[in-house]
Design a protein around this ligand. Structure first.
Ligand code: GLN
Length: 496
């Protein structure tokens, strides 16, 4: 049966070590599975057969020499990368017409580290254009479906990466999270999704959206697999000056349980208007389980978190506006032909190359940074940023982890949310964490009572203490079990 990609890291490696199958067979089976399941899911924009087989050959070589682990901690594990991550020789489109024909001349550090750890790269995944969005509907190359209900979105912007793991097309995938783009799709697709503390993972080679907010992290179906990916990803990279020397073993305390741990609950979050009752019920249940397991639940306050979305939609577009200025049709990207003057070429190329949401963000950022306006919005947004960061610092003096919803609702239908401002609320529980810079993750806690769709609860850690949230997640996993492959894709099924 074609289920290698549905297995976790430990079971793949046990099978490899026992010579039940080879890494090449895993790679071929995963690629075949992507080809079949993706007819329904459309999580992938490109598959990377050659690279996968090359990586598998290295793993099989290590096995032949009797030392599987010499190939790395992720030896033989099928992985996929969001399409804003450079992988030499592949297209890196950011799901934009602007970069439709762009081929990466180099590999991002995060991608290289996963492959160096023995991961088998099976392909690049769909996303909202330039990571602007919460549903993957802004991709220029078609929508990705949620494997739990093909008529619904997988969330976004890393929707392809979340859906690929939920459909058992790969074991681990990488996403990027600027305001919630790992945690919200993880919640919608019922998988684990980790946004590490800013600086834990190098951003080198990841197409920049908001450079002070962007962070790369893994999706997986088990907490241990996410921790293994974190081990491979984290650490100083001379090519990204914001990366830090993180040397933590993220698997070290997964089995410690939560007895005696103080875990914070934010009342404003739990009582917020817009929080779907079925999500609230599931998060409350998870809180009760943690308490039963011996955690002390403590109320904490984040008095400025309500201003996070407003601050983000100033800071994010300002940073995006400057980062996207490089797509000028001369050095990169789509070039509209036939213009006599450069100004005309810029204008037409950017107007046609970028989709509506990207243009909206660029125009907003350009306006917000213009003289006179800057003082009115950008300064106060930075001040709000300081206040939110201070809120978290104070909260983490009382607790070592905070639990909250990951998203206010379960996955919505295609086209159901058309108002940008309403879409922006998808990240009401995640954005403040990017603003403060600490780590957050979404952990599946079962299905909502009303829709029957996956619900994620968010765990939030103090800066550079991401092991705390993984520990709490592992405790929840001992109650809820590992995230299953979505039913229509379980046991090798492909969406029938
Ligand atoms: N949904 C948010 C936005 O559209 C966050 C996106 C992200 O984290 N990349 O900006």
């Amino acid at each position: 049966m074609n289920v290698f990609a549905s297995m976790d890291v430990a079971s793949i490696q046990a099978g490899l070590a026992a010579k039940e199958f080879s890494a090449r067979e895993v790679a071929e089976a995963s690629l075949a599975r992507v080809a079949a399941a993706d007819e329904k899911v459309h999580a992938f924009l490109e598959t990377t057969e050659e690279l996968a087989l090359r990586a598998a050959a290295r793993v099989d070589e290590a096995i032949a020499q009797g030392n599987l682990m010499a190939a790395g901690a992720l030896a033989g594990v099928p992985v996929a990368f969001k399409d804003n991550m450079n992988l030499e020789g592949t297209h890196t489109t950011c799901s934009s017409r602007m970069l439709e024909n762009y081929v990466s001349p180099y590999t991002a550090t995060c991608v290289a580290r996963i492959i160096d750890a023995g991961g088998i790269p099976v392909g690049k995944t769909n996303m909202d254009e330039f990571a602007f969005g919460s549903s993957t509907e802004t991709s220029a190359f078609g929508c990705t479906s949620n494997p739990w209900d093909l008529g619904r979105v997988p969330g976004g912007s890393s929707g392809g990466s979340a859906a690929a793991v939920a459909a058992g097309e790969c074991t681990i995938s990488l996403g990027s999270d600027t305001g919630g783009s790992i945690r919200q799709p993880a919640s919608f697709c019922g998988v684990v999704g980790v946004k590490p503390t800013y600086g834990t993972v190098s951003r080198y080679g990841v197409v920049a959206f908001g450079s002070s907010l962007d962070q790369v992290g893994p999706f997986s179906r088990s907490v241990r697999d996410a921790a293994l990916a974190m081990n491979a990803l984290s650490g100083r990279d001379a090519l990204d000056c914001t990366s830090q020397n993180v040397t933590c073993d993220f698997t070290a305390n997964l089995d410690e349980g939560v007895r005696g741990m103080r875990i914070g609950v934010v009342r404003e979050f739990m009582e917020a208007k817009g929080l779907q009752p079925e999500v609230k019920a599931k998060v409350e249940e998870a809180i009760a389980k943690l308490e039963e397991m011996g955690a002390e639940i403590v109320e904490v306050e984040l008095p400025n978190a309500h201003a996070a979305i407003s601050a983000y939609y100033v800071l994010g577009p300002c940073e995006a506006f400057s980062n996207l200025a490089r797509f000028d049709s001369v050095r990169y990207g789509y070039c509209d032909p036939g213009h006599k003057d450069l100004g005309g070429q810029y204008e037409a190329s950017r107007a046609k190359g970028f989709g509506a949401e990207a243009r909206r963000r660029i125009m907003l950022g350009s306006y917000l940074l213009s003289s006179g306006v800057y003082e009115k919005y950008y300064y106060p947004a930075q001040q709000v940023r300081t206040l939110i960061t201070k809120d978290y610092t104070e909260a983490f003096e009382k607790v070592s982890c905070i639990i909250a919803p990951a998203a206010p609702r379960t996955a919505f239908k295609f086209g159901e949310i058309s108002e940008p401002a309403e879409m922006y609320l998808s990240d009401m529980y995640t954005i403040s964490i990017n603003i403060a810079g600490n780590g957050g993750m979404s952990m599946p806690v079962g299905l909502g009572a009303d829709t029957g769709l996956p619900v994620g609860t968010q765990l939030i850690a103090p800066p550079f203490k991401d092991e705390n949230m993984l520990r709490v997640a592992a405790a929840l996993e001992s109650v809820y079990g590992c995230a299953p492959v979505a039913p229509a894709f379980a046991d090798g099924k492909v969406g029938e």
